[in-house]
Design a protein around this ligand. Sequence first.
Ligand code: LER
Ligand code: MN
Length: 263
Amino acid sequence: MKLAAQEGLIPGRDLKEKLDNAAKFGFQGIEFWGGGIENRVEEIIKATENHEVKPSTICAGFGGCLLDPNRSERERAMNDIKKLLKAAADIGAVGLIVVPIFGGPRIPDLSPYKSAIELERELLILQLKELGDYAAEVGAYILLEPLNRYETHFLRRLRDAVEICKAVDKPYVRIMADFFHMNIEEPVIADSIREAGEYIKHVHLADSTRLLPGHGHTDFKSGFKALKEVGFDGYMALECGVPGDPFEELPKTVKYLRECMEG
Ligand code: LER
Ligand code: MN
């Protein structure tokens, strides 16, 4: 398992300096925000091709919403997601993190025909079939991210996202697991990881406080053990607040996470 950090967490005046610092701190990967990344593809390829720190993933950054009642909003999300998948493939990242919807449902409840949730599920599956074919064509995963109940009503547990993957039935539609959300939604994080198994292609790391691991009560050791058991060998990217000086805190965090990995 490889450690990564979101670009914004790493100090540095430009990408080169951030990559150098990330390497010094002990990271192997860097996760980019998707917004505007199409204009950075060349810069990223140039900076990372001969660097030990590689692009791990692209996190969201698309417009529109796949589950909006307005067709133009759905089409905007579809087009943006395709562009970001292409960018992910071009920079050599594993894939693009996709949250299907934040907040409550936007689609009206059409009971007794179908509830909003049933409509959302069917609509998402249809769109992911098309996106899944595109993802396979370019070679970058769509990484569905379950969030906690305060951020979405829809995909909250790993098993919700796995169920969607099974219904979509496309090899490039998979899931990611964020320890911050799992700490709220999963009864036993390690069991949920074992159940999701090989569907997990990426991980986000934050403690229960949304600060660096070690600044809360999340049990990373048992979660990492379960990830190892299911054969996960991808990136785990920090997505959290850094309390204090990153030059001191980030190497400390890497050391702590390596200890947790060793069990
Ligand atoms: C939001 O809480 C989150 O975890 C992000 O990764 C969403 O893209
Ligand atoms: Mn996350």
